[in-house]
Write a protein that binds this ligand. Structure first.
Ligand code: PEP
Length: 234
């Protein structure tokens, strides 16, 4: 299974280093064979001697250049980073990234062979508008994306469940994942208010290949428990 932590705008470089070390120790001491990914804040990227896959939450589709506030592959290469999160709802809706921008980023990093964790998910209004409306919205997030890319991981994250403490029912997760599996053979993660108290049941849902965790992953002991659940279920 794939267990991923999106640290968002949290943890300094020093805190991140300690966090990664704690996870790494747990993984080694417990012979964990799951794929563990961590996406630190941009300024917390560093050289880390770890088996954990470290990715970026964002980067511009460029090597370098005049893109104020962005980083490119020159900066990722410095730390050997080859994994990127693309299409996260906070970037779509807070930063305003359009599908066009997202596709450009996807294609650029796909060409470079990066592991891409591609996020999709609907706002509450679309879910409440019914199955057809919701699937139309989600389908638009697949437009321009090579769903057969071999280094692709998809994360289904209903926007209304991110950081809110709300989660769909396990039945809703199961039926959505069943639908989404028809669109791509890529591993499919669930994300949105996964915490130590519900991770085990979410991981046990059919067609859930792992989880993408935000707030609850900030506590290394909680995140380690989730890794352990995945190990037990595998
Ligand atoms: C996320 O932002 O990817 C996420 C899943 O956040 P949270 O776990 O806090 O809902």
């Amino acid at each position: 299974m794939i267990i991923a932590a999106n640290l968002k705008t949290n943890l300094t470089r020093k805190e991140t280093k300690q966090y990664i070390q704690e996870l790494d120790t747990y993984i080694k001491n417990n012979a964990i064979s799951q794929e563990v990914l961590v996406f630190p804040a941009m300024s917390s990227l560093d050289e880390n001697d770890t088996s954990i896959i470290i990715g970026v939450q964002n980067a511009y589709p460029t090597k370098n250049g005049a893109y104020t506030g962005e980083i490119g592959t020159t900066h990722l290469d410095e730390f050997g980073i080859q994994t990127i999160l693309i299409g996260h709802s906070e970037r779509r809706h807070i930063i305003g990234e359009t599908q066009e921008v997202i596709v450009a980023k996807f294609n650029y990093y796909k060409e470079l062979g990066f592991k891409i964790v591609y996020c999709i998910g609907e706002p509450l209004a679309k879910r409440e508008a019914g199955e057809a409306e919701m699937m139309k919205y989600i389908s638009a997030q697949y437009e321009g994306i090579d769903t057969n890319y071999e280094n692709l991981i998809i994360a289904y994250e209903p926007i209304w469940a991110i950081g809110t403490g709300l989660t769909p029912t396990l039945e809703d997760i199961e039926s959505m994942h069943k639908e989404l599996k028809k669109k791509s053979p890529a591993p499919l993660l669930y994300g949105g208010s996964v915490k130590v108290t519900n991770a085990k049941e979410v991981l046990a849902v059919e067609n859930v290949d792992g989880i993408l965790v935000g707030s609850a992953a900030l506590y290394s002991e909680h995140f380690c428990s989730m890794i352990q659940y995945a190990q037990e279920l595998s």
